[in-house]
Design a protein around this ligand. Structure first.
Ligand SMILES: Cc1cc2nc3c(=O)[nH]c(=O)nc-3n(C[C@H](O)[C@H](O)[C@H](O)COP(=O)(O)OP(=O)(O)OC[C@H]3O[C@@H](n4cnc5c(N)ncnc54)[C@H](O)[C@@H]3O)c2cc1C
Length: 439
């Protein structure tokens, strides 16, 4: 079984990672940091470039993310040094076309990268998650001017993107949002309303935000528009051309620390008409459809995060169960523990396969809303289940902050909620099944 750190020799041409990179903080190697990577099969369905990139990101996770996650999680501080290295690696431009300075890779490869980042720490994948959705929205629906203005700076991570649907009273029922945008006499649009749970809400330089432009529209989704709202990164009260956008203090969370989740208050924020996604003529009234399209790839993204955290839980469980002894033998030799490991490994593989299938269908230009919903449902639930089993295998030590599983236990539940809860995924799957199999 190969160990986690795979030699980067010969691969620095792909992601620009120096061959020898010292961790920026002393990782204080302790028993809890040592978990083995699990190579479940010699068979690989990856292309050469996918294998090279995922091995590179895995090495990055092993050397830079995992040893430092505890510090940033404990402090609940933004993992700036890790993010700076991600910029160097080009990880903010994975799916952005080469003509705009990105890598131009497909969703499948992106999902593989996200899995590796999330195996390290899901907060790190959270930093790129909303950015990825923002760049997808631009690539698919943006005007040429919008693409040229934003994508090159997004590919390098110079500006990072957030996306915002949710409000204090609305999450699942997106058509129920109350925030509005109204066209003024000078041609600009005035945005008013309160948004909730905006990941990267403070550090982002651009927020793709959904507003009601025709509150009387029937059905409501026809009166919704996506605005590309620019702001000053890390500034709570924006001024000048971005006046009217305030970011209240970040929401305190049980896990998913490091990456900030905030409210956004739009109070008379002026948005020029050319900052309507797709342009004013084509974009007004299209916001809901655009956002739902983006959520389809977003669900593959969250599914990959579920696979990553489940994979890490499996690795920790395999390690700990062979070290800890009860009744005269390692607990891994008790059949009850082996069954847990077997179930975990089986579920991880199934979730990974379904996630990659949904990604490949999307890359092939096929409709994949059903598969993306299934992948998100299975992988997020698998993430939670594997983390819980790993926690149980750790016995009392799983409850101690000395062990990595304690962080995973606080992080995993987010994936059951973000980008549509498990109940909403089941609604999507059920509806699509009946549409496809109508008698
Ligand atoms: C850490 C974090 C980060 C987030 N980041 C973002 C972000 O960047 N951008 C963004 O826009 N949003 C973000 N969200 C918001 C997230 O998308 C919502 O929390 C999620 O969609 C659920 O909405 P809600 O919390 O309002 O729950 P509700 O919609 O109020 O649902 C409450 C419960 O009722 C269930 N339910 C709702 N409707 C039905 C139904 N019809 N049938 C059966 N059960 C139902 C739900 O499954 C859930 O169990 C984030 C949330 C969190 C916690």
């Amino acid at each position: 079984m190969p160990d986690a750190g795979i030699c980067a020799q010969g691969r620095d041409d792909i992601l620009g990672l120096p061959r020898e990179r010292e961790p920026f903080a002393d990782p204080h190697p302790r028993h809890k940091l040592g978990a083995m990577a699990v190579d479940t099969a010699a068979f690989s369905e990856q292309t050469d470039i996918q294998r090279d990139i995922t091995e590179m990101v895995r090495q990055f996770a092993d050397e830079q993310i995992i040893p430092n996650a505890e510090h940033f999680d404990h402090e609940d501080s933004f993992p700036e040094p890790i993010v700076e290295q991600m910029k160097e690696l080009g990880l903010f431009g994975v799916t952005i076309p080469e003509e705009y300075g990105g890598m131009g890779l497909d969703l499948t490869t992106y999902a593989m990268i996200v899995e590796e980042l999330s195996r390290g720490w899901i907060s790190i994948s959270g930093v790129v998650n909303t950015h990825f959705i923002g760049s997808y929205l631009l690539m698919k629906f943006g005007t040429d001017e919008q693409k040229e203005h934003f994508l090159p700076k997004m590919a390098t991570g110079e500006i990072r993107a957030a996306f915002s649907l949710s409000e204090p009273e609305v999450g699942s029922d997106v058509q129920g949002i109350k925030s509005t945008a109204k066209k003024g006499e000078d041609g600009s649009w005035e945005l008013n309303g309160q948004k909730m749970w905006v990941t990267n809400g403070l550090g982002s330089g651009v927020v793709f935000v959904l507003m009601k432009t025709d509150p009387k529209a029937d059905p409501p989704y026809k009166g919704m528009t996506c605005f590309i709202t620019e702001k000053e990164p890390w500034v709570e009260a924006n001024e000048g051309e971005f006046a009217g956008l305030t970011v209240p203090p970040k929401i305190k969370k049980m896990g998913y620390k490091g990456v900030e989740s905030t409210e956004l208050v739009y109070d008379g924020y002026r948005c020029p008409p050319d900052r309507i996604l797709g342009g004013e003529e084509a974009g007004v009234g299209q916001g809901f459809i655009q956002m739902m399209d983006a959520l389809e790839v977003g669900r593959v993204n969250v599914a990959a995060r579920g696979v990553g955290i489940a994979q890490r839980a499996l690795e920790l469980a395999l390690r700990y169960s062979q070290e800890r002894k009860t009744f005269g033998k390692p607990i891994a030799q008790h059949q009850a523990i082996q069954f847990k490991l077997a179930d975990m490994a089986t579920k991880v593989e199934a979730a990974r396969l379904l996630t990659r299938k949904a990604a490949r269908m999307k890359d092939a230009g096929e409709r994949s809303d059903l598969e993306a919903g299934m992948a998100k449902l299975l992988a997020s639930e698998t993430g939670k289940e594997c983390v819980e089993e790993c926690f149980r295998i750790h016995g009392g030590y799983g409850y101690s902050k000395e062990y990595e599983i304690e962080r995973l236990y606080r992080d995993a539940p987010l994936l059951l909620i973000g980008e549509g809860t498990s109940e909403i995924q089941r609604m999507v799957i059920g509806k699509k099944l009946l549409q496809r199999h109508k008698i």
